[in-house]
Ligand binder design. Structure first.
Ligand SMILES: Nc1ncnc2c1ncn2[C@@H]1O[C@H](COP(=O)(O)OP(=O)(O)OP(=O)(O)O)[C@@H](O)[C@H]1O
Length: 274
């Protein structure tokens, strides 16, 4: 497929068709279908164990669906079912707490700029055989500036706060100028003020051409730019539609198995138990 057709806006970002995922003996996703248009900022919401991480791992090609009886591909990303992981990363950047743990490991020190620029080599840090070009250097500097993290250059990743390290990892994903960013629980570990600042920086990305797929337990983190919401429950798609239609007390009560009250507060939504 030519790069031009791959980048056509008419091709969905994600097209999952009756995908089933088995982990151990258990069917975690059961004939799961979901189609997201290119450019459609989306929040993926669900209780613990509802299948959010499994879905991310499926999109990231860390796990594979069961083969379908009719041999049709169960998952296509930007219209294609075959991608090398490196190719895919340059179209969808993925930032998750698991990735962050790997980059902030004190036993394997890593400087901030190296953490970002080494993304060009799909490596964790630079090695002697990696030749960093001026263009790569500039893209890395631009990406760090885009998430207000330039001042962190020179610091060890392990010395950063949770929010700082997360911004650096988003910069690492942004060096490829991806079309989409898949963020798994991006506000975990942030205090309320850091969370608000961090969400504002995500809004900037959303407004400048990066499609956001935000996986969260928290309705409060759904940015005004996100208009599409997917709710999972027990490995199934419970709701899928516009924010106004999906973020209701009734839907969240069903999703979390407990009475929930959803209210709109300005451009954001708020949910409480009871
Ligand atoms: N490797 C595995 N083997 C067996 N079961 C698994 C495996 N990985 C996940 N599961 C199960 O699959 C279900 C969905 O897990 P998943 O991690 O996708 O949920 P989640 O929505 O991301 O949860 P959380 O919000 O707690 O992170 C859970 O019941 C979990 O116990």
């Amino acid at each position: 497929m030519s790069p031009d057709t791959t980048h056509s806006e008419s091709i969905p970002l994600l097209d999952i068709h009756e995908a089933s995922v088995l982990r151990g003996e258990r069917l975690i996703l059961d004939r799961f279908s979901l189609r997201l248009a290119a450019g459609q900022h989306t929040a993926i919401l669900g209780a613990n164990g509802s299948g959010k991480s499994t879905l991310i791992r499926l999109i990231a090609r860390q796990i594979y669906p069961l083969a379908r009886e009719d041999d049709r591909p169960a998952i296509k990303v930007f219209g294609r079912d075959r991608w090398s992981v490196t190719e895919l990363r340059s179209l969808i950047g993925i930032v998750s707490p698991a990735v962050q743990g790997d980059y902030t490991n004190e036993d394997a020190p890593l400087e901030v700029f190296d953490a970002v620029v080494s993304s060009f080599f799909a490596a964790r840090g630079l090695w002697v055989n990696h030749e960093v070009t001026d263009t790569m250097r500039q893209h890395a500097l631009d990406a760090l500036a885009q998430v207000q993290a330039s001042q962190l250059i020179g610091r060890e990743m392990a010395s950063l706060s949770t929010g700082e390290a997360r911004r650096v990892l988003i910069a690492r994903a942004l060096v490829h100028k991806p079309r989409a960013l898949l963020l798994d629980e991006p506000c975990t570990g942030l205090d309320p003020a850091s969370r608000r600042r961090f969400l504002e920086s995500l809004r900037q990305l959303a407004q400048h051409g990066v499609t956001l797929l935000l996986v969260t337990h928290h309705v409060e983190e759904i940015l005004p730019e996100i208009d599409h919401v997917v709710v999972l429950r027990e490995g199934q798609l419970l709701r899928n539609g516009s924010k106004g239609r999906v973020l209701t007390s009734e839907a969240l009560t069903e999703a979390f198995g407990m009475p929930m009250r959803v209210e709109k507060q300005g451009d954001y939504y708020h949910a409480s138990v009871g």
